[in-house]
Design a protein around this ligand. Structure first.
Ligand code: ADP
Length: 190
């Protein structure tokens, strides 16, 4: 269970982006719905241990994630709003590179993992195509593939379906729904 208590974030300005948010998030797919500027990215960046709040607390199964973000980093898969890819790499090469950055060991184990992840997000057939030829939805699914590598207990995805056609959006939600069977999946969208 992810417990958020009285979370406040005030940016210089001052802009009060979060004004005392309290939420209990159990395993499953959890949606954060709100218009642009509502504070969704701010909340997700705090939960991901990338931004310090002005006040409040966050615990994962009772452990304080704000005092030590490694508590969350160890178990987190994260797909930020703007995810950069190298367009001249193939899907396989790109994912292999991202897994190396995540610290997943080399050799045949990583190659097998890349293949398995691409199959899970329905990109097996496009594995050897350059990322520049991918549609927006395919790039988002590649982003999800890197987020779920290492079997994270918490997955955070920020506005993953903006600009996707309805079919791709459905496909994306199906993948997130499957992930939510046994972990916390936090999804933001307007
Ligand atoms: P959402 O993700 O729901 O669109 P954000 O969390 O991005 O909302 O933004 C919430 C509010 O905080 C907005 O008013 C935005 O302009 C403001 N904001 C976000 N980031 C910053 C920043 N780095 N500095 C100042 N204001 C910010």
């Amino acid at each position: 269970m992810l417990q958020i208590r009285d979370l406040v974030k005030i940016y210089p300005g001052p802009v009060a982006a979060l004004k005392g948010v309290s939420l209990d998030i159990p395993p499953g797919l959890f949606g954060l719905l709100g218009p642009n500027g509502a504070g969704k990215s701010t909340l997700m960046n705090i939960l991901a241990g990338l931004l310090e709040p002005t006040g409040g607390s966050v615990t994962l199964d009772g452990q304080n994630t704000l005092a030590d973000p490694r508590v969350i980093w160890r178990v987190l898969g994260y797909l930020p709003q703007d995810f950069g890819f190298y367009p001249s790499l193939t899907g396989t090469q790109m994912l292999d590179f991202l897994l190396r950055l995540k610290g997943i060991e080399g050799g045949s184990g990583r190659r097998a993992l890349v293949k398995e992840l691409l199959e899970r997000v329905n990109l097996a057939e496009a594995a050897n195509r350059k990322v520049r030829t991918y549609s927006g939805g395919m790039k988002q699914r590649l982003g999800i593939a890197q987020a779920i590598a290492g079997d994270p207990r918490v997955v955070i995805v920020d506005e993953p379906t903006a600009g996707l056609d309805p079919e791709e959006r459905q496909r994306f939600y199906r993948i997130l729904g499957q992930l939510g069977r046994d972990r916390i999946v936090l999804l933001s969208t307007h």
